[in-house]
Design a protein around this ligand. Structure first.
Ligand SMILES: Nc1ncnc2c1ncn2[C@@H]1O[C@H](COP(=O)(O)OP(=O)(O)OP(=O)(O)O)[C@@H](O)[C@H]1O
Ligand SMILES: [Mg+2]
Length: 227
């Protein structure tokens, strides 16, 4: 089977002077293409660390990551960056929107920076904004949008890169429940259209809306606690 993501015995140790934090321990997971997965677990359990590794933003201390059938272990940093641009779309809270640019510009400008011709970039941006239900907000700047709409612009920006895998690590504490629920519905719609989606969720009720929950506890895979 050609998985979107396959990790084998992934471990991550952060060294802080004398102290070592074992943030992930031997995590082996398979995520199928088109699957919608929620990574959950207590604060500090390693969710963001796992997302960073899957997104090739950081290197594991040991273990292997295969993305879309390609083992990334022996890639150079440059190869990894290129591969990341091609395969992965990020919706991370810290990727804030650019002040003073409208929704269409937020989505198409990064594409032109990647060398996509202007007209194609705009077309892809329009399609992505349509997918997230913002066709009627293309000319609005972030301060003229609701929190949920802003978040959807960030999703459209990730989608416009036509990623194989969409990674969303939104600390839910920064979004209200209604917005978070709508985001999960959006991810579900995208997954139904074939997009592989991996989210981090903090509330159990939200995570249950995914096809599958990957539960982490102290950096290790564990059973999803029903209570
Ligand atoms: N850059 C870093 N340097 C040192 N330790 C780190 C670093 N990043 C994370 N850690 C530690 O690794 C562990 C896992 O952190 P991680 O950010 O993955 O947790 P999380 O599950 O995303 O938590 P939260 O729900 O609070 O976002 C924590 O104990 C954290 O303190
Ligand atoms: Mg986190």
């Amino acid at each position: 089977m050609n998985y979107a993501i396959k990790t084998e015995d992934l471990s991550k140790i952060y060294s802080m002077g004398e102290v070592e934090v074992e943030a992930l321990k031997d995590v082996s997971i398979d995520i199928e293409k088109g699957e919608f997965v929620s990574i959950m677990g207590p604060s500090g359990s390693g969710k963001s660390t796992l997302m960073h590794l899957i997104g090739l933003l950081d290197d594991p201390s040991s273990g292997e990551i295969t993305v879309d059938g390609t083992n990334t272990s022996s890639m150079t940093e440059d190869e990894k960056s290129e591969f990341r641009l091609e395969k992965i779309g990020f919706v991370f809270q810290f990727y804030s929107l650019l002040k003073g640019f409208n929704s269409l510009e937020q989505v198409y400008l990064p594409l032109t920076l990647d060398g996509v011709p202007d007209s194609e970039a705009k077309e892809r941006a329009r399609e992505a904004l349509e997918k997230v239900g913002l066709s009627d907000r293309m000319k609005h700047s972030p301060d003229e949008l609701s929190g949920g709409q802003r978040q959807r612009v960030a999703v459209a920006r990730a989608l416009a890169g036509e990623p194989e895998i969409l990674l969303a690590d939104e600390s839910t504490s920064q979004l209200d429940t209604e917005v978070s629920e709508k985001m999960m519905q959006l991810y579900r719609d995208l997954a139904e259209q074939g997009q592989t989606v991996i989210t981090v969720n903090h509330e159990k009720e939200l995570g249950k809306e995914a096809d599958r929950v990957i539960w982490l506890e102290d950096g290790e895979l564990s059973e999803f606690p029903e209570k």
